[in-house]
Each structure stands twice: as C-alpha cells, then as structure tokens.
Design a protein around this ligand. Structure first.
Ligand SMILES: NC(=O)c1ccc[n+]([C@@H]2O[C@H](COP(=O)([O-])OP(=O)(O)OC[C@H]3O[C@@H](n4cnc5c(N)ncnc54)[C@H](OP(=O)(O)O)[C@@H]3O)[C@@H](O)[C@H]2O)c1
Length: 246
C-alpha cells in the first residue's frame, strides 16, 4: 500500500525556500509549528537537508559482512515515528539512530559500500534499498508502509526531494507556509526542483483545501493534488506496464 504523502514547505511569495536574506528572527518556527499540526508517522527529507541534523564527524567505516547485510534492515528501536532520508550514495553519517524523537531510516541505492552499511548497523540505523543505481520512489513508499507500517509521510524538503516526488506523481497534498517576503534571488532553490526547461511534463493541478492567516502576515495554504495523475501501481504492476511499453 502507498502511504498518503503530504509535502510541507515554507516559501517566499516567489516560491524560494532558502531563508538566507529573509531576516527572520526565528525562521524554524514558521516551518515547524504548522508542520507539527499535520498528523504523520514520518517526515522525509533529501540528503542535503538531513545533513543539517546528522553527525558532523567523519567516521571510520568497518565493512560489515554476512548474507543479509545488503538486504533491507529494520533495526530494533522503540519509536513508532520516523525520520527518513533519501540518501542514494550513503553520505549522511550518524552517532546514533534518532533525530529528536524519530527513528532514522536511510533510503539507499545498491551503490553504497559494505563499509557504509557497517556504519549504519553499528549505529542501529534502519535502511532500505530503493533501486540499483536510481531510486524508484513508489517502491520506497511501498517499503516504508510494509516494513514500518507508515501510513502518512510528510515530505519536509528541500526543493530537489520535493521536486522528485512531484515529478513521480506521488504527492497527495501540498502544505505551504507563505512568508510575506519577495526574495528575488535568481537561480536560488524553489519549493519544487523537478526538471530543467519545458519538456513533455505537465504541471500539477491543485484544489484549495484550507487557507489560514498565521503570525499576522503569513498564510498557511493546504491543497489537495488533483487526480488522476498516473494511477499508483504496485511493483509487479509497474513491471508489467513497463514491459507492455517496450
Ligand atoms: N523552506 C523550506 O521549506 C525548506 C525545507 C527543507 C529544506 N530547506 C532548505 O533547502 C536546502 C536543501 O535543498 P536541496 O534541494 O538542495 O536538497 P534536498 O532536497 O534536501 O536533498 C537533495 C539530495 O537528496 C538526494 N535525492 C533527493 N531526491 C532524490 C532522488 N529522487 N533520487 C536520488 N537522490 C535523491 C540527492 O542526494 P545526493 O546528492 O547524495 O545524490 C540530492 O542531491 C537547504 O538549504 C535547506 O535548509 C528549506
């Protein structure tokens, strides 16, 4: 089963997400406080965003062995809420297996070394494989549901991970906190970094779900993604559809 996917983002009125020149005294609260009101079993971020929370140390990896080392690993842990990172090459390092109150799940490709897997095992960090060299994000969602019983995921950015899930048609709802700020920095990150230029892809249409004025001049807007996009197919059905296309 595919979990429900809600993408939560904090942007300027021109869709930019880096707060470098915004001059806000407590920028985290505008993202975190509305996010806390969205019920979810997990939050999910890209590798760049997670490196703000993971270890800053460079660890020495001791390669792990054993027949199960390159299989999905569900670590023994006590939390039933999760911090998921899309980290295809295994760049986040860990001193433990929690971020705040959430248990860490690394989403990897098979490119990662046994040394890195040993590092995750040593820290009791869970991991799943989402593809050989590239990630199948639909498969990743299926595994999060099947192995960890995650039924709602909140995607918390940054722009590239948001864009990847948008492009894959896997987002059900978008939650935007709109700051009363016009940023204007050319080439700065925006909420959805899906694709360069205009190709065959069509933009995603949304339906307004709720609109709230918060912190005086900010807006919190929630949209449902208008379906049908490509209907969600499970792994065998995706294989069958791909074979049919050839
Ligand atoms: N305002 C907000 O709402 C908000 C929220 C979160 C973050 N941020 C800010 O956004 C910035 C980071 O955003 P970002 O777009 O640069 O990075 P990001 O989305 O956090 O992470 C991007 C990285 O994640 C991996 N990744 C994501 N999707 C993938 C896919 N489909 N397949 C393979 N790998 C994938 C790749 O890692 P590899 O490079 O290792 O391959 C990619 O480079 C930070 O400045 C952060 O503070 C803002």
């Amino acid at each position: 089963m595919k979990p429900r996917v809600i993408c939560h983002t904090f942007t300027s009125i021109d869709g930019r997400i880096k707060q470098t020149i915004w001059g806000l005294t407590d920028p985290a609260k505008y993202f975190e406080e509305p996010a806390a009101q969205i019920k979810a079993d997990a939050w999910l971020v890209g590798r760049v965003t997670m490196q703000e929370f993971s270890s800053k140390k460079k660890h020495k990896f001791r390669p792990a062995s054993g027949k199960d080392i390159r299989k999905d690993f569900v670590a023994l842990q006590t939390s039933n809420t999760y911090a998921v990172v899309i980290d295809p090459s295994g760049k986040c390092e860990w001193d433990g297996n929690m971020v705040s109150t959430e248990h860490v799940i690394e989403v990897l490709t098979e490119k990662v070394s046994n040394g890195y897997l040993g590092h995750l095992r040593e820290n009791n960090v869970s991991y799943i494989f989402g593809g050989k060299k590239e990630l199948d994000l639909a498969l990743v969602l299926e595994k999060l549901n099947k192995l960890f019983r995650i039924s709602t995921v909140r995607i918390d950015g940054g722009g590239h991970v948001n864009g990847a899930f948008l492009k894959a048609g896997l987002i059900d709802e978008i939650s935007v906190v709109l700051a009363p700020i016009a940023d204007g920095t050319i080439h700065s990150l925006v909420a959805f970094e899906a694709e360069e230029g205009y190709g065959k892809r069509k933009a995603t249409h949304l339906k307004l779900k709720s609109l709230k004025k918060i912190y005086d001049d900010f807006l919190w807007i929630r949209y449902d993604v208008v379906k049908p996009q490509t209907p969600f197919l499970n792994a065998p059905a995706r294989k069958k559809a791909a074979a049919k296309k050839k």
